[in-house]
Design a protein around this ligand. Structure first.
Ligand code: FES
Length: 108
Protein backbone atom coordinates (compact mmCIF):
# COMPACT_ATOMS: atom_id res chain seq x y z
CA UNK A 1 0.00 0.00 0.00
CA UNK A 2 2.94 2.38 0.52
CA UNK A 3 4.46 4.52 -2.14
CA UNK A 4 1.36 5.61 -4.01
CA UNK A 5 2.02 9.02 -5.44
CA UNK A 6 -0.89 11.42 -5.61
CA UNK A 7 -1.22 14.49 -7.78
CA UNK A 8 -0.18 16.70 -4.87
CA UNK A 9 3.17 14.93 -4.50
CA UNK A 10 2.13 13.42 -1.19
CA UNK A 11 3.04 9.79 -0.68
CA UNK A 12 1.20 7.37 1.55
CA UNK A 13 3.50 5.96 4.24
CA UNK A 14 0.96 4.10 6.38
CA UNK A 15 -2.42 4.11 8.08
CA UNK A 16 -3.63 6.48 10.77
CA UNK A 17 -4.83 3.40 12.71
CA UNK A 18 -1.30 1.99 12.74
CA UNK A 19 0.15 5.34 13.82
CA UNK A 20 -2.25 5.51 16.76
CA UNK A 21 -1.79 1.87 17.72
CA UNK A 22 2.01 1.99 17.77
CA UNK A 23 2.43 5.68 18.57
CA UNK A 24 4.64 6.17 15.54
CA UNK A 25 5.05 5.10 11.94
CA UNK A 26 8.40 4.19 10.46
CA UNK A 27 9.24 3.14 6.94
CA UNK A 28 12.29 2.73 4.74
CA UNK A 29 10.35 3.08 1.50
CA UNK A 30 9.98 5.34 -0.45
CA UNK A 31 12.53 6.98 1.89
CA UNK A 32 13.59 6.68 5.55
CA UNK A 33 10.70 8.40 7.35
CA UNK A 34 9.40 8.39 10.92
CA UNK A 35 6.03 10.00 11.71
CA UNK A 36 4.60 10.86 15.11
CA UNK A 37 1.73 13.01 16.33
CA UNK A 38 2.88 16.43 17.50
CA UNK A 39 2.84 16.15 21.33
CA UNK A 40 2.00 19.88 21.50
CA UNK A 41 -0.86 19.56 19.00
CA UNK A 42 -1.94 15.92 18.49
CA UNK A 43 -4.10 16.82 15.50
CA UNK A 44 -0.98 17.58 13.51
CA UNK A 45 1.81 15.23 12.50
CA UNK A 46 5.58 15.57 12.51
CA UNK A 47 7.78 13.59 10.16
CA UNK A 48 11.56 13.29 10.16
CA UNK A 49 14.27 11.34 8.45
CA UNK A 50 15.29 8.98 11.31
CA UNK A 51 18.89 8.77 10.11
CA UNK A 52 20.98 10.21 12.95
CA UNK A 53 22.96 13.25 11.85
CA UNK A 54 25.95 12.13 13.96
CA UNK A 55 27.05 8.97 12.18
CA UNK A 56 23.98 7.63 10.48
CA UNK A 57 22.44 5.12 12.89
CA UNK A 58 18.64 4.87 12.88
CA UNK A 59 17.03 6.70 15.78
CA UNK A 60 14.01 5.21 17.57
CA UNK A 61 10.93 7.00 18.91
CA UNK A 62 10.67 6.88 22.71
CA UNK A 63 7.08 7.83 23.49
CA UNK A 64 7.63 8.09 27.24
CA UNK A 65 10.26 10.79 26.69
CA UNK A 66 8.66 12.23 23.55
CA UNK A 67 12.01 12.04 21.79
CA UNK A 68 13.86 10.23 19.05
CA UNK A 69 16.90 8.54 20.57
CA UNK A 70 19.94 7.14 18.85
CA UNK A 71 21.14 3.71 20.05
CA UNK A 72 24.71 4.30 18.89
CA UNK A 73 26.02 7.23 20.95
CA UNK A 74 22.93 8.51 22.77
CA UNK A 75 21.91 11.56 20.78
CA UNK A 76 18.31 12.65 21.35
CA UNK A 77 16.06 14.68 19.09
CA UNK A 78 12.76 16.47 19.74
CA UNK A 79 9.66 15.39 17.77
CA UNK A 80 10.38 18.19 15.30
CA UNK A 81 13.89 16.83 14.72
CA UNK A 82 15.82 19.47 16.68
CA UNK A 83 18.76 18.28 18.79
CA UNK A 84 18.02 17.75 22.50
CA UNK A 85 21.27 16.00 23.37
CA UNK A 86 24.55 15.39 21.54
CA UNK A 87 26.93 14.25 20.24
CA UNK A 88 24.78 15.10 17.19
CA UNK A 89 24.81 18.82 16.44
CA UNK A 90 22.47 19.01 13.43
CA UNK A 91 18.71 18.47 13.44
CA UNK A 92 17.07 15.51 11.75
CA UNK A 93 15.74 16.35 8.29
CA UNK A 94 12.03 17.12 8.38
CA UNK A 95 9.17 16.27 6.06
CA UNK A 96 5.71 17.72 5.76
CA UNK A 97 3.14 15.14 6.89
CA UNK A 98 -0.63 15.10 7.13
CA UNK A 99 -3.65 12.86 7.38
CA UNK A 100 -5.60 12.07 4.23
CA UNK A 101 -8.66 10.01 5.08
CA UNK A 102 -7.33 6.88 6.76
CA UNK A 103 -3.82 7.35 5.40
CA UNK A 104 -0.76 9.17 6.65
CA UNK A 105 0.84 11.03 3.76
CA UNK A 106 4.25 12.70 3.54
CA UNK A 107 5.57 15.18 1.03
CA UNK A 108 8.96 14.09 -0.30
FE1 FES B 1 23.58 8.69 16.47
FE2 FES B 1 26.20 8.68 16.97
S1 FES B 1 25.18 7.90 15.23
S2 FES B 1 24.62 9.41 18.22
Amino acid sequence: QGGQKSASGMQTVGKVAELDQKGFLQTESPAPIAVVRNPADPKSLLAVNPTCTHQGCLVAWKAERKAFECPCHGSAFAPDGSVQKGPATAALAKYEASIDGENVVVKL
